[in-house]
Design a protein around this ligand. Structure first.
Ligand SMILES: Nc1ncnc2c1ncn2[C@@H]1O[C@H](COP(=O)(O)OP(=O)(O)OP(=O)(O)O)[C@@H](O)[C@H]1O
Length: 252
């Protein structure tokens, strides 16, 4: 559904993405993980056309996104920090987005709107909202228009435990409809039983892209956090082995 092919991005002298490639298919729930500053949000923003890579291509359903912005209507995006006109009320923001997306009322997904009890908050101005309530508005907007692909950047950050669970159940329900879900989170335990694949980034490069089955069988660990830690150690050992091999054969 989305293919990232060899993209690189530099901000000034700082190389943020270094020849990153991966593919995402329908029905998959992919965890995009890595340390702070490893380039996850930059990859996501590149997929959304909000950052333009210096080189490489990104395709959505086989079409280069550089030539046609309309694919964006088919992606629900929940940003790490939602930015909205501060003077508008929640109700006005939801109406405005519905006008822009031109999705008829009978096709609007109200699940999160109802589960988060947004109706009683519609009059509240965006500038006065708590971080968690702002996050709930972002979640409602990402899921509202029935998009076939969902990109969620730290979706549970700031949400209370009950709201996090509501969101998790919604993600599972959407995944069951054969949608693509890409999710970043630093709390790996909340991704257990949700994700089918994991992409691990470090210093702007993709270290590995593995299915959960591969991760679990290669590491013997069932929990994502432990499986990722074991896979990173394995990668480091492999890299050290290659370097040592090169050294011994005098190829460095
Ligand atoms: N517009 C920009 N201008 C300059 N540097 C930027 C810009 N956007 C991102 N960066 C830098 O690129 C690097 C990668 O940032 P990015 O937000 O993609 O990381 P991340 O993996 O999502 O981090 P986190 O886990 O903290 O959210 C960081 O060092 C960041 O400071």
């Amino acid at each position: 559904m989305i293919a990232v092919q060899n993209i690189s991005k530099q901000f000034g002298k700082f190389k943020v993405l270094n020849h990153v490639s991966f593919e995402c298919r329908r029905g998959e729930c992919i965890a995009l993980i890595g340390p702070n500053g490893s380039g996850k949000t930059t990859v996501i923003k590149s997929m959304l056309g909000m950052v333009i890579p210096d080189s490489g291509t990104i395709t959505f359903e086989g079409h280069d996104i550089a030539h046609d912005w309309r694919y964006r209507n088919r992606i629900g995006y929940m940003p790490q920090i939602g930015r909205y006109p501060e003077n508008m009320s929640i109700g006005q923001v939801l109406d405005m987005m519905q006008d822009i997306r031109k999705v008829p009322e009978n096709r609007i997904d109200h699940d999160l709107f109802e589960a988060f009890k947004i109706k009683s908050l519609l009059h509240k101005r965006m500038g006065t909202l708590s971080g968690g309530t702002r996050q709930k508005v972002s979640a409602c907007l990402a899921f509202m228009f029935g998009a076939q692909a969902l990109i969620l950047d730290e979706p549970s950050a700031g949400l209370d435990p009950l709201s996090s669970e509501i969101l998790r159940e919604k993600i599972l329900a959407e995944k069951a409809k054969n949608k693509l879900v890409i999710i970043t989170s630093h709390i790996l335990s909340e991704l257990d039983e949700l994700v089918t694949e994991a992409i691990y980034m470090q210093d702007g490069s993709l270290r590995f892209h593995k299915t959960m089955d591969e991760l679990q069988s290669q590491t013997g660990e069932s929990k994502l956090a432990r499986a990722i830690a074991a896979a990173i150690r394995q990668c480091d050992r492999d890299a050290a082995g290659v370097d040592e091999g090169h050294f011994k054969t005098g190829r460095l």
